[in-house]
Design a protein around this ligand. Structure first.
Ligand code: NAP
Length: 546
């Protein structure tokens, strides 16, 4: 393999690579493949015992993608795109994990991937513009560049609930569910959390458990998933027009042109405010909760958004038989300020005799005891607690590593004091030669897989440019970063995302002490891609090369 133009000097006992990639999920796998193709030596360090990233860890019952399989997959290889056979319109976790393993084998990636390896510290060496990367196994790697392919939703939030360590039953977390599975049969189970992970797992757990208590702090806006097995020939028809599908995907603002989580809410032509009461009721009669949001003004007009919320509550009440439970399942914050959830039979689950909703808005969790959960509204004896309490999104994984850049500055401190600043979501000033795939300030959370491909290709092309032009360092300038951060944050001003009643991971509100700003770029995929391309063509404008 051809080394970079100016090789890094080896220290004693160190492994030497052009690039260290952190993470063997969707981003890390493609980064390795692309960098190899560009002639760089690279090593992937992966904490898990297998490849797949989020799809390796999140193997809870019911785990499934909320985007279509034909869209939530690599587009860079026509061969892989053609040969892989998806069985479901919205793939399950096992199917996506199998797909990513297939990609790893197909591209012969495993020989450069080191599993069971957690990166603990990274230090930028100003003298020779390299990074020293240290792991929990006591190894040291030196690389000119580091690519953090650490994922958007990979650092689980440990809920700060008193006594959680004292529980004598089984404690499980959706984001590190046992690989061998777990049999809930005959068990009294408590699920804490009703975001995507909770909503997906609740119907499946309910079908097994002796009794399920759902501990809900905020109700979810969830919509029936379009998931279903492909009909015979259907996937082949889609594959026949794959180019067209990918082009539509890339041209769409949120990168999912078809049935994805956002698309389920983007189907209305008529304004809700102009609709008669009869028309509104007909919509929820015909389309259930989907009918509550399928209007043209629910995302742009606060009154319409509020009306849609009420209609959504009415739609729930038509499904859930117990009126008190139905009322508790109705969200009290604006529609679309959190990521919409897609589900399979979520509301119907609350009609089961063995399921009880514990509405924490009526009395929160006080503590976890050795035998269950004590709330201010009563005690619930449990055998199993399943935490579905979410992630420290976009910045969490990197803040858990001691990353020291120029002058010994800690990335964690920079992001804690200034907020999650970046240039294009690709670099943070003061941390030369460190790239963040789907980092804060990129449109990543809107559509992860497309942004991953774009970022990998942009970074690989950039590294080749640096090599060809005799540079060995690239760093975002503070000015370019400030302008990008301003552009990113101001785009969210006045939107539902920053409504005071909305505490989503999009704005870091689920992590105590995290700055309340919208973490992603909202300008849409086409605009973002165009800006990234123009900056590269202009010789990496806004970056200092040296
Ligand atoms: P989440 O959306 O952040 O939901 C976490 C849930 O836990 C919320 O209901 C939260 O309540 C609750 N919670 C947190 N701490 C709590 C506490 N101390 N006491 C009581 N409740 C507590 O996390 P997630 O469900 O893991 O989903 C995160 C994101 O991952 C999703 O939005 C999606 O982007 C992605 N995801 C996608 C899929 C899919 O493709 N279908 C599946 C799973 C996840 P509050 O809302 O009140 O904070």
């Amino acid at each position: 393999m051809t080394p970079a133009a100016q090789p890094v000097a080896a220290g004693a006992g160190r492994s030497l690579f052009d690039v260290v990639i952190i993470g063997a999920g969707m981003a890390g796998l493609y980064a390795l493949h692309k960098l190899r193709a560009f002639g760089f030596s690279a090593r992937v360090l992966e904490k898990g015992g297998g490849v797949g990233g989020v799809w390796f860890w999140n193997r809870y019952p019911g785990a499934r993608c909320d985007a279509e399989s034909i869209e939530y997959s690599y587009s860079f290889s026509k061969e892989i795109q053609e040969e892989w056979v998806w069985t479901d319109v919205m793939a399950t976790q096992p199917e996506i994990e199998a797909y990513l393993n297939h990609v790893a084998d197909r591209l012969d990636l495993r020989r450069d991937i080191q599993l069971h390896t957690t990166v603990t510290t990274m230090t930028f060496n100003e003298a020779d513009a390299s990074w020293t990367v240290e792991t929990d196994r006591g190894e040291r790697f030196t690389a000119r560049y580091v690519i953090a392919a650490t994922g958007v939703l990979s650092a689980a939030v440990e809920p700060d609930i008193a006594g959680s360590g004292a529980f004598q039953g089984v404690s499980l977390h959706t984001s590190r569910f046992p690989k061998e599975g777990f049999d809930f049969s005959g068990k009294r189970v408590g699920v804490i959390g009703t975001g995507s992970s909770g909503v997906q797992s609740i119907p499946v757990v309910a079908a097994q458990a002796a009794h399920l208590h759902v501990f809900q702090r905020s109700a979810a806006y969830t919509f029936p998933s379009p998931a279903r097995p492909f009909a015979p020939g259907e996937l082949d028809d889609l594959k026949a027009r794959y180019d067209e599908i990918r082009a539509e995907q890339r041209a769409s603002r949120f990168g999912a042109a078809r049935l994805g989580a956002f698309a389920v809410m983007h189907t209305g032509m008529t304004p809700l405010k102009a609709a008669s009461r009869e028309e509104q009721l007909r919509a929820i009669e015909e389309r259930g909760v989907g009918g509550a949001v399928a209007w043209s003004d629910t995302f742009t007009d606060k009154e319409a958004n509020h009306a849609a919320r009420q209609l959504y509550g009415e739609a729930i009440a038509r499904v859930v038989k117990d009126p008190a439970t139905a009322a508790s399942l109705a969200p009290t914050y604006p529609l679309a300020c959190k990521r919409p959830v897609v589900d399979l039979g979520y509301f119907q689950t609350f009609n089961r005799d063995n399921v009880t909703l514990v509405d924490l808005r009526k009395g929160g969790i006080e503590r976890i005891t050795p035998t269950g959960i004590q709330t201010t509204q009563g005690f619930f004896e449990l055998d199993v607690i399943l935490y579905a309490t979410g992630f420290d999104a976009m910045t969490g994984a990197l803040k858990r590593i001691d990353i020291r850049g120029r002058g010994g500055a800690l990335l964690r401190d920079v992001w804690d004091t200034e907020g999650p600043v970046s240039y294009l979501g690709l670099q943070t000033a003061g941390f030369p030669n460190l790239f963040t795939i789907t980092g804060p300030g990129s449109p990543s959370v809107m559509t992860v897989n497309l942004v991953i491909e774009d970022h990998v290709e942009w970074i690989a092309t950039c590294l080749a440019y640096l090599r060809d032009h005799g540079h060995r360092a690239i760093e975002a300038t503070p000015e370019a970063q400030a302008a990008w951060t301003e552009q990113t944050w101001s785009a969210a001003e006045g939107t539902v995302f920053l409504e005071p009643s909305c505490n989503s991971w999009y704005i870091g509100a689920n992590v105590p002490g995290k700055k309340r700003v919208f973490l992603a770029y909202l300008g849409g995929i086409p605009t973002y891609r165009q800006q990234c391309a123009e900056i590269a063509v202009a010789g990496y404008r806004g970056f200092r090369l040296g």
